[in-house]
Ligand binder design. Sequence first.
Ligand SMILES: Cc1ncc(COP(=O)(O)O)c(C=O)c1O
Length: 372
Amino acid sequence: MTDLQFNANIQPFIRKDDRPSLEEIQRMYSLERIYKLQNNENPLGPSPRVVEAINAIAPTLSYYPEFSDIKLRRAIVNVLGDELTPEHIFTGCSGFEVLELIARAFLSSGDEVILCSPTFTGAYSRVISPLGAIVVDVPLVPETFEYRVEAVLGAINEKTKLIMICNPNNPTGTVIPADKIDALISAVPDHVLVVADEVYHHFVDDPAFPDSIQYVRQGKNIAIVHSFSKAYGLAGMRLGYGIARPEIANYIAGMHRGFHQNKLALAAGIAACEDQAHLRHVVEILRGEAAWVCEQFDRLDIRYWRPAANFILFETKMLAEALEQRLLERGFLLRGQARNNMPYCMRISLSIREDNQAFIDALEEILGESST
Ligand SMILES: Cc1ncc(COP(=O)(O)O)c(C=O)c1O
């Protein structure tokens, strides 16, 4: 036993599986129901065609899936168009796994990864740090959350391997415009890969949003991360994909274990790609809800950042941690942003009107109580 040596190149996080379940929270606070507004999920669910495809596949689960994910990659390319081929795509069991595969493909101990906080730092660290690589933070401009291209370029050295860009950015909901990404891509040295995490791209209607796929077509050092968890409404399925030039995509796909994608995920992903009408419907409704919640925040004199995604960052008039607890006691699960060094900010994932209305009512009540 004493001779047992763990892999010295991996520094795992400490396992935590003691978070209370939704049922436990419900019981703990005697709640009639829970409003799950903390994970930027899609309250409208997946396409009915996805559910049909899953039901059709379920009885065949005693057989292995197809060895290759090529049919799914073809379906993805049909949606993306833009002269991409299935060789530009590699799939992952979630966007998170796509990030992990990229990290494993490029990072060794002592390498550096640039990210710009506040961003999806927790998850990025989770894939970077176990490999012994180091996170270098080049914060966004405070308050406006503008991207500082020159500062990012200035932070690059020979150890830099990846630059993480989250666009639209989580948790701010803001967009990094095309001119900044152009400036970055045209100046990064050849040994650096830009990772454009665009899992919320479907929700964007800002014309300044970059067309990152053009950089892939031009053969630049970029890997784009997409997910089926957000607008496609398949967070529970754990399916995502990366887009990169074939040299990169093929290398990363070569790291997949055999039968990497399960049968349900393959069928669901293909059916989701084939129902773009459902996707458009989801996006239209959630954009409408974003506008409505922003109006309510205006009415309540709450400061927020106009979102390009299915969530909104807003300022809390008390410590976000205290508001988080008071909302929790009423059944609303939201994410306070102390973890991102914004102790007076919170993020709400947009839901259907009934839930958003219930949240606004609860918030108004809590703010009323604390001002008296
Ligand atoms: C910015 C960002 N990237 C990636 C992910 C990972 O998504 P998933 O692993 O569900 O595909 C999330 C999930 O919330 C996210 O917010």
